[in-house]
Design a protein around this ligand. Structure first.
Ligand code: NDP
Ligand code: MG
Length: 383
């Protein structure tokens, strides 16, 4: 590479954002971080701005005080973030911010023809059709950073013609081999101790209910244009295989790497090239058995519900995502038990009609409507 790739990172202060920054720091001669966003963590954003000589910072939480001299250009609120994406000169945008507020900035990035490195799955769950249609129309590459989808992309290299089935692997979270009672009575502290991955709190809870895998089924169906009936989930506690593709001629391809988001981040940052690294990666002799287990849909109703909504229209997917987010937040505040999460999702799903939407405004309005309904519905589960 002769010139540095100019990168914007939305959600730079989060778990994925920091992993991407570590990779950029490791291979600093190849990249320049031109803009970042944070929501509330100004202290961490300030360190990033200083360490990476970042020109522009967007702070999406309008309640947070921002010191004037922290960065050359400062943008405020979600509209400020959109203005940053519209005004900076860059090559790729890493979307590692949480939540559906990332939708508009992603659409602006696509409209500008920029490469999208997408970790945020909520955006595809609520607006997959809109995002993928615009990307196709603009000839924009969407590089999945979510490890399973990144694994699939590494196997297909963007050619989805010969896929028979996708096999999404799942760690199974903390409870996959425990009885139902252990799940139902789980405390916040137990749930946040993920046995394999270190991630943000919300996705760690989703991993224990398997709502994360449910969201990933919907994410995969949009990214790879595959009907949900051809997307399978396999629990793979070793977390060495990050997903598999079964092709129409009977061959399978899989991607393996150690348990860290850095491999997916590295792949996306250097795509379509690969960087030559000297560090030790997987030691295949340590992989005693590569075992896969069928998920138990009774034990994990969030997974069953996600498969149902994947087959339904968009309104149900928006409702699933919004109700789950509301319920997870209440669980983290110790207001509801873990078992109440799928109950709240199911209640919320019954309150929306099966409908498709063509505009961002409609999508975000339904998202808001479901959030307030789910908040009401959750009251009967308060502990
Ligand atoms: P974290 O909670 O660690 O980080 C979230 C990031 O988003 C932070 O930078 C945070 O800012 C920012 N943020 C939070 N709320 C908002 C908001 N309302 N508007 C704008 N920005 C916001 O999450 P993760 O890094 O774990 O996950 C980020 C995304 O990546 C999620 O969509 C998740 O599903 C996806 N993902 C994560 C994986 C992982 O390994 N963690 C794996 C695959 C996908 P601040 O900290 O400044 O408040
Ligand atoms: Mg994942």
């Amino acid at each position: 590479m002769n010139t540095k790739k100019r990168i914007v990172i939305l959600g730079a202060t989060g778990s994925v954002g920091m992993t991407v920054l570590e990779e950029i720091a490791r291979y600093g001669e190849h990249f320049e971080v031109v803009g970042i966003s944070c929501h509330s963590n100004i202290e961490r954003a300030e360190v990033i701005v200083r360490n990476f000589s970042v020109q522009a910072l967007a702070v999406t939480n309008s309640q947070i005080a921002v010191p004037k001299n922290i960065c050359g250009k400062i943008f405020r609120g979600i509209n400020g973030l959109i203005a940053m994406v519209e005004s900076l000169e860059f090559d790729a945008i890493v979307v590692a911010m949480a939540g559906v507020d990332g939708l508009r900035p992603v659409l602006r990035g696509i409209e500008r023809g920029k490469v999208i490195i997408l970790a945020n799955k909520e955006i595809l769950v609520v607006a997959g059709e809109l995002v993928m249609n615009l990307a196709r129309a603009k000839g924009v590459t969407i590089l999945p950073l979510d490890s399973e989808h990144n694994a699939i992309f590494q196997c297909t290299r963007g050619d989805n013609r010969f896929i028979r089935r996708l096999w999404l692997t799942a760690s199974g979270g903390k409870f996959w081999n425990q009885d139902r009672q252990a799940i139902e009575n789980a405390t916040v502290a137990e749930v946040l101790q993920h046995p394999k991955w270190s991630m943000g709190k919300k996705i760690t809870v989703d991993s224990s209910t398997m709502a994360n895998k449910g969201l990933e089924i919907i994410e995969a169906m949009h990214l790879f244009g595959v009907d949900p009936a051809r997307i399978e989930v396999a629990i793979h506690p070793a977390c060495a295989v990050h997903s598999l593709v079964e092709f129409c001629d009977g061959s399978f391809l899989a991607q393996l790497s150690p348990i860290s988001m850095k491999y997916a981040a590295r792949y996306c940052l250097f795509y379509p090239e690969r960087i030559n690294v000297s560090e030790q990666s997987l030691d295949i002799f340590q992989l005693n058995e590569l075992r896969f287990f069928r998920p138990d849909f009774e034990k994990f109703p969030c997974l069953r519900l996600a498969i149902e909504v994947a087959q339904s229209k968009q309104s149900k997917r928006i409702a699933y995502n919004a109700a789950n987010e509301v319920a997870v937040e209440l669980f983290l505040k110790e207001k509801i038990a873990l078992w109440a999460i799928p109950e709240i999702i199911e209640d919320a799903l019954s309150k929306v009609e099966d409908k498709h939407y063509s505009t961002v405004e409609e999508i975000l309005a339904v998202d808001q409507m479901v959030r307030s309904k789910a908040g009401q519905l959750a009251k009967r589960f308060n502990v």
